[in-house]
Ligand binder design. Structure first.
Ligand SMILES: N[C@@H](CCC(=O)N[C@@H](CS)C(=O)NCC(=O)O)C(=O)O
Length: 281
């Protein structure tokens, strides 16, 4: 592997080239081993991990529970992506893309699988009529910001985060390209949040739930080493105001720590948060 590289006529997979993700990434899809998914008692079964994409689903579920909607009770099972849990027959059966989060909705006559974080929070918003306006320009605005986030996340994570933090050597061209795009995305959000309390409008919505785990982690300095300094996060004051407002929401606080070492590794009941906090002391 070298920085001075001329592509051959045909690309051939070299396992050693994956850097931090060498054990995970493959150029093929599909199950790699047998394995069933556990199923708990609650209507929603979530198979995930507490990464920003995983947090979108758990924040949404915890926000619904915070509203007193008991029908949104869920079991969160941990999918250890570095141990290749996403390649079992069970997981691939609910997400052919082998990425967390994936969910099964058991609340109806037959189980419904939902994969892709954006699809999961949209499914829940529609099911419970929460965090998504019912129509008109308000709904269009929330969906626009939701899909903006889903489309942008790979430039931040797979682009900037990968080349700035995880890549085995630092490539200036790649870091420049994705730092520029990540800063541009922060500026898009900052401009919007200067004129609007939340991304979709006056009310907190699934657009915020999708975007907050990504922008919040970088703005707070919790992601990719010292990325907050590198990307001059102090320039994005309106994003900081919005992150602080969501940081204070109990549902967001709980949702951020599910399936992480800071909270319950698996979540099956509200009491799991207190148990995890006590175990940590
Ligand atoms: N577009 C997907 C992306 C999900 C995603 O990238 N998940 C990562 C963790 S954040 C994953 O499961 N990676 C495992 C792998 O690539 O094998 C979504 O939003 O749900």
């Amino acid at each position: 592997m070298s920085e001075d590289y001329t592509p051959p006529p045909v690309w051939i997979w070299d396992k050693a080239n994956g850097g931090a993700f060498a054990g995970v990434n493959r150029p093929t899809a599909g199950a790699q081993r047998e394995g069933e998914l556990p199923v708990g008692q609650h209507p929603f079964q979530l198979y995930s991990l507490g990464t920003p994409n995983g947090q979108k689903a758990t924040i949404m579920l915890e926000e619904l529970l915070e509203l007193g909607i008991a029908e949104a009770e869920y079991d969160a099972w941990m999918i250890k992506i570095f141990e290749q849990d996403q390649f079992t027959t069970g997981f691939v059966g609910i997400n052919p893309n082998s990425k967390i989060p994936a969910m099964v909705d058991h609340s109806g006559p037959e189980p419904i699988r939902v994969f892709e974080s954006g699809a999961i929070i949209l499914h829940l918003a529609e099911k419970f009529g929460k965090f998504l306006p019912s129509g008109g320009k308000e709904r269009a605005e929330v969906l626009s910001w939701l899909f903006w986030q889903v489309g942008s996340a790979p430039f931040i994570g797979g682009g900037f985060g990968h080349f700035y933090h995880y890549a085995p050597f630092k490539i200036e061209y790649a870091i420049d390209r994705y730092a520029m795009e990540t800063k541009r995305l922060f500026d898009v959000a900052n401009n919007r949040l200067k004129e609007s309390r939340f991304l979709g409008g006056d009310d907190y919505s699934i657009a915020d739930i999708a975007t907050y785990p990504w922008l919040g982690a970088i703005h707070r300095g919790d992601a990719y080493g010292d990325a907050a300094t590198f990307l001059s996060m102090q320039e994005y004051e309106a994003v900081g105001r919005w992150v602080a407002e969501i940081d204070a929401r109990p549902g967001a606080q709980r949702g951020r720590i599910v399936n992480t070492t800071k909270g319950p590794l698996e979540r099956h009941a509200a009491s799991d948060f207190a148990a995890a906090a006590q175990a940590a002391t």
